[in-house]
Design a protein around this ligand. Structure first.
Ligand code: HEC
Length: 199
């Protein structure tokens, strides 16, 4: 066999085996779907703390080490372990059993495979620059990586569905008026028509 072809084939085999070893116990792509529940409280963007601390760059770091997150429980701050496969697996099984008194109000994930997938995703996502990596690899959307941070006010969508009927009535657009205090609450989106058209 041509030595160059032989070299190429063995290199490909090595990459195949190595990548499979890395993901042997979890599929990060499936894990990204599970991560949706975490994104309600966590961002993968550095410094962006939500209800929970940013998870950016936490892989291999000590628990409760995000210095600008000021709402850690003393229970988590006391811990000396670092975040890796073993600790994350235990944490995500039942946070309050692993660290009694934690402020993370999350029941836990019973299914071992689902946890394995999530941890495989977190291994990439919690590495330095991981938020950008998971987006670039197509595992996660930018929104998922960012987490549920409040939208800038200008993008806020109208919430007329939560208005009581009497409030809707007050929002009726007076004939001939295109702008005014009565319209700002419903600015943008087709819901404006629905609200104004109903009265
Ligand atoms: C309801 C909000 C909420 C949800 C949902 C949530 N977390 Fe948390 N998380 C927190 C809070 C609050 C803390 C800080 C806990 C403490 O101080 O005891 C935390 C802490 C953590 C930590 C430790 C961070 C550190 O600095 O050491 C990790 C890791 C973590 N969460 C991962 C996850 C993952 C993965 C999920 C999804 C399965 C998830 N969390 C879901 C709120 C949440």
């Amino acid at each position: 066999m041509n030595p160059r072809v032989y070299f190429l084939l063995s290199a490909m085999l090595f990459i195949f085996v190595a990548s499979h070893a890395a993901y042997a116990d979890g599929d990060p792509k499936r894990g990204a779907k599970v991560y949706g529940v975490c994104a309600a409280c966590h961002s993968l963007e550095p410094v962006l703390n939500l209800t929970g601390p940013s998870l950016a760059g936490l892989w291999g770091k000590k628990a409760a080490s995000v210095t600008d997150f000021v709402r850690y429980s003393s229970a988590l701050k006391e811990q000396v372990f670092v975040w890796d496969e073993t600790s994350l697996n235990a944490w995500l099984t039942e946070p309050n059993a692993f660290v009694p008194g934690t402020y993370m109000t999350f029941r836990g994930i019973d299914d071992k495979q689902v946890r394995g997938d999530l941890v495989a995703f977190l291994k990439i996502a919690m590495a330095p620059g991981g938020g950008a990596t998971v987006v670039a690899q197509g595992f996660a959307t930018e929104e998922l990586a960012r987490g549920q941070a409040p939208e800038p006010l200008a993008n806020a969508s109208p919430e007329e569905d939560e208005l009581a009927p009497e409030d809707r009535h007050q929002c009726k657009r007076p004939a001939g008026r295109q702008t005014g205090a009565d319209t700002w609450r419903h600015a943008g989106g087709q819901s404006v028509n629905r609200v104004f058209g109903s009265g």
